[in-house]
Design a protein around this ligand. Structure first.
Ligand code: ADP
Ligand code: GN1
Ligand code: MG
Length: 365
């Protein structure tokens, strides 16, 4: 792969091979010879990211800030935060002759990325990782560019939704009336949370915005090590990160499970993640954030159902798909998860309340 030659890697490249199961970018593992470090090389999706130089600038600001904190706390900045490897011309990306943008970072060795949370303890570690990530970025002065306007903004999502439904570009709308009703029947309930952001009641913080479990690296002992996939770092509500993680960690099935019966919320994982998150985040969360924690899991799972269905109706232009029904399969699986959260909502709220009270007591002691 020619793009590899344009980065300042230590040592000659031995092999470049595809890696990971991301739905957006093309990711490659770059193996170098001998004891030289290995790297990650990524072709960023320019259909989705309209300003990749600004996105890389955001990632650079965030990783620089994280590394300063990690060093001060006596940690290892090369393992606990991503290290961007610049191109040979010192830019944070390489623009190839086809107009595609490439970026590279150091590969962090001896880590594990999970597809699902196999224990409450792993979920607790993941929650701690995101809570700490948000806490470390809370005092970042340098503003981030809004490289994905409206990303978790439900008002914006419904504007996109209304337009796609009006155009029906792939002629698929008539096949999915039942699924459209799933979205429409929850429109007002879901829009209500975003009005709290617009009114200023809900704080805006530096957040990750794509906290599914394979975007965090664990060490081999199961301890959280490093938050990765920083393409979506933005200023938004921190509930996006909690809600998206709950959507991913607690799912007993797969995001694209062919059998919706496999999909439901695992409450022990919910409790583990929430306990880990609160152990770091209780220090900065405001009452309005705490009140909406459990709801944010429904919010993000609903948003994901909408986004998969919208992409299906649009003709599969956003997410990578393996066939023409993939986005519809994903829609059904996410909807099943949403229904399971709705059924368990009282229990979710009770767990959040109990853990919040426990954390508050501990911080007083
Ligand atoms: P995508 O945007 O396509 O989701 P990611 O940045 O999440 O791409 O990377 C895909 C996978 O590659 C991750 O889930 C993880 O397994 C692995 N990975 C990514 N970056 C690193 C890294 N710096 N060190 C080790 N593994 C990594
Ligand atoms: C995408 O890049 P990846 O695969 O980590 C998407 C997320 C979705 C997720 C669903 C920029 O994340 O918002 O929640 O797929 N990222 C973007 O799996 O749209
Ligand atoms: Mg990813």
């Amino acid at each position: 792969m020619n793009a590899g030659a344009h980065f300042s890697f230590d040592g000659p490249i031995k092999e470049i091979r595809p890696l990971g199961e991301g739905l957006i970018n093309d990711t490659f593992f770059v193996e170098t010879t001998g004891d030289n470090p290995n790297y990650i090389l990524q072709k960023k999706n320019r259909n989705i990211f309209k300003d990749i130089p600004a996105m890389m600038d955001n990632i650079h600001k965030v990783t620089t800030h994280l590394k300063e904190k990690i060093i001060r706390q006596g940690g290892d900045p090369l393992r606990e935060a991503l290290t961007i490897i610049p191109a040979v011309d010192n830019k944070l990306y390489y623009l190839d002759e086809n107009g595609d943008y490439w970026a590279a970072c150091l590969f962090i060795e001896d880590t594990l990325a999970y597809g699902y949370a196999d224990s409450p303890e792993l979920a607790r570690q993941g929650g701690r990782g995101i809570g700490k990530f948000q806490a470390m970025l809370a005092d970042m002065k340098d503003p981030l560019a809004d490289i994905l306007p409206g990303f978790h903004n439900m008002k914006f999502r419904f504007q996109q939704w209304d337009e796609v439904l009006k155009k029906d570009p792939a002629g698929r709308k008539s096949q999915v009336q039942k699924e459209i009703d799933w979205i429409e029947s929850r429109r007002e309930e879901m829009l209500a949370l975003w009005t709290k952001v617009e009114s200023g009641e809900m704080p805006i913080r530096v957040t990750h915005n794509d906290t599914k479990i394979n975007n965090i690296l664990f060490d081999k002992q199961g301890n959280v090590l490093c938050v990765i996939d920083l393409d979506t770092v933005l200023s938004s509500m921190c509930l996006n990160d909690y809600g998206d993680a709950i959507r991913s960690y607690t799912n007993a099935g797969k995001e694209d499970d062919e059998n919706p019966d496999n999909v439901y919320i695992k409450m022990d994982i919910f409790e583990g993640y929430t306990a880990g998150y609160l152990s770091e985040a209780i220090a900065f969360l405001t009452p309005v954030e705490i009140e909406n924690l459990a709801f944010s899991a429904k919010y993000i799972t609903f948003e994901q159902t909408l986004r998969f269905l919208m992409d299906y109706i649009d003709g599969d232009n956003y997410y990578k798909v393996k066939d023409k029904t993939h986005n519809l399969v994903r829609t059904h699986a996410q909807y099943k998860l949403l229904q399971s959260m709705e059924e368990n909502y009282d229990g979710m709220c009770a767990i959040v309340n109990r853990l919040v009270n426990e954390q508050k007591k501990q911080s007083v002691i």
